[in-house]
Design a protein around this ligand. Structure first.
Ligand code: NAD
Length: 260
């Protein structure tokens, strides 16, 4: 029970990586706000946690809306009495060559990944400061926080940007014991990735099998996907770590795809 009596607010927690983190945090004793654009799926995840003996609520949020972020964080604080852990995880992927990228899609990507990280940080850190018991802020970066791939200009830009936000928040939050770190996963089989495989195959004119072998897993040490459990374990490490010794960091969990 590494997170006993902690309160965690996790965005994008109705699916994929966010859901795996929400389930692991709840199993470790945290009270979890499952925050997602998809309220029905968020509530279903919260029910799953409760059925397993944990504590959770589902809350609706579009992380690009300041009003909705603030309202969902306030709902979390009202339900559980505070917030100790933020996992800013909600994200999407849109792939095109840069010369074909619609400006509206570029802005949508930066809004979800960067505005969402800023708005959730601002809403949660105020409570963490006021509570006086520190806190842990975790951003879902990517191997693409460290390197680039074809067709992903806004994603790579946004994921690099999270490193800057985490480093700044780690400096500002230090005096109050609020830590900020970035998790950088390699490819994990979630709906976000499953959608990209046929899209990339079409854009690059290669088979789906080649997208997986020759692009996605090409530079790993063993040709393996990273798993939901792998990423959730790193999220638990950052959430449970007790001191400022581990802050302003980014940890790559990618089967050695990147060793930066
Ligand atoms: P997913 O599609 O399985 O889940 C994403 C969740 O975010 C969904 O439940 C969706 O409803 C929610 N969401 C989308 N837009 C939102 C918004 N505006 N406001 C609130 N919620 C919103 O995706 P995933 O693969 O679990 O990705 C989660 C995060 O992990 C993303 O930030 C992604 O960039 C990052 N990531 C994923 C991989 C991977 O291989 N899957 C690798 C590295 C990083």
């Amino acid at each position: 029970m590494q997170l006993k009596d902690k309160v965690a607010y996790v965005t994008g927690a109705a699916s994929g990586i966010g859901k795996a983190i929400a389930l692991m945090y709840a199993a470790e004793g945290a009270k979890v706000a499952v925050a997602d654009l998809n309220l029905a799926a968020a509530q279903a995840t919260a029910e799953e946690i409760k059925a397993a003996g944990g504590q959770a609520i589902g809350v609706a949020v579009d992380v690009t809306s300041e009003e909705q972020v603030n309202a969902s964080v306030e709902a979390t604080v009202a339900a559980f009495g505070g917030v100790d852990i933020l996992v800013s995880n909600a994200g999407i992927q849109i792939v095109h060559p840069v010369e074909e990228f619609e400006f509206a899609d570029w802005k949508k990507m930066l809004a979800i990944h960067l505005d969402g990280a800023f708005l959730t940080t601002k809403a949660c850190i105020r409570h963490m400061y006021a509570q006086g018991r520190g806190g842990s802020i975790i951003y879902m970066g990517s191997v693409h926080s460290k390197l680039a791939s074809l067709l992903k200009a806004p994603y790579v830009t946004a994921k690099h940007g999270l490193l800057g936000l985490a480093r700044t928040v780690s400096k500002e939050g230090a005096a109050k014991g609020v830590r900020a770190n970035v998790i950088c996963p390699g490819f994990v089989r979630t709906p976000l990735v499953d959608k990209q495989i046929p899209e990339q195959a079409q854009t690059l004119g290669i088979s789906e099998e080649d997208v997986i072998k020759k692009i996605m897993l090409k530079d790993t040490v063993d040709g393996e996907f990273t798993t939901l459990d792998d990423v959730a374990r790193v999220a638990l490490l950052f959430a449970a770590f007790p001191t400022n010794a581990l802050t302003g960091q980014s940890l790559i969990v990618s089967h050695g795809w990147s060793m930066e």
